[in-house]
Design a protein around this ligand. Structure first.
Ligand SMILES: [Zn+2]
Length: 191
């Protein structure tokens, strides 16, 4: 457990931000100037690195960050955000950006359950959820290879019934979380 001061530090930083009017250099509207939506991982190493490494600045892209940069369910919240970006907010290209050394590569059910129990979640609760139909194996499935994971998510997005006929290019990239180097995995203009 941390010392429970993060929230107050954030609020103090916010007071300074507002009083210095630092927000003025960030002002833009809700539509992405480059008309792209990026799906990437929530990894802390990518917090600013990803945008800098891709030459993206404030106001240019919609960015969705979820563990593993994956779409698991075609009608889950990640896909929902992509569809909103395309149909409501003028994005007309999707870029999936996975990264090397992703934490989701090794997180499976066993280790996740173990960590939950260390945090005080009881075995009873875990069993109850499993009996209620929550398939932890499926929900927490890990991936072995980042390239396959990116290709799989690109395919789910590209072939989504609410996107396919719109002809939206869906690209796949892998980023190095140390250097920001990008590798092209799927070129949505040609694939
Ligand atoms: Zn990751």
């Amino acid at each position: 457990m941390n010392d429970r001061t993060n929230l107050y530090q954030i609020l103090e930083a916010n007071d300074r931000f507002i009083s210095e009017q630092a927000y003025k250099s960030y002002q833009t509207d809700k539509f992405p100037d480059k008309r792209i939506v990026i799906l990437t991982c929530m990894d802390t190493r990518l917090v600013e690195l990803l945008e800098r490494a891709m030459g993206i600045s404030q106001g240019q892209a919609k960015i969705i960050r979820v563990a593993g940069a994956q779409v698991h369910h075609p009608f889950g919240s990640v896909m929902h955000s992509i569809l909103i970006a395309v149909h409501m907010l003028e994005a007309d290209e999707v870029i999936v950006v996975g990264h090397h050394d992703c934490g989701m590569q090794s997180v499976g059910k066993e280790i996740f359950v173990d960590r939950m129990m260390q945090r005080g979640i009881s075995e009873h609760t875990i069993r109850t959820m499993e009996h209620a139909g929550i398939e932890l194996d499926r929900w927490l499935r890990k991936f072995d290879n980042i390239y396959d994971s990116v290709r799989s998510t690109v395919s789910i997005v590209k072939n989504h019934p609410f996107l396919e006929e719109a002809g939206i290019p869906v690209h796949g990239l892998v980023i190095d979380p140390q250097t920001g180097k990008l590798e092209l995995v799927v070129d949505g203009y040609v694939d």
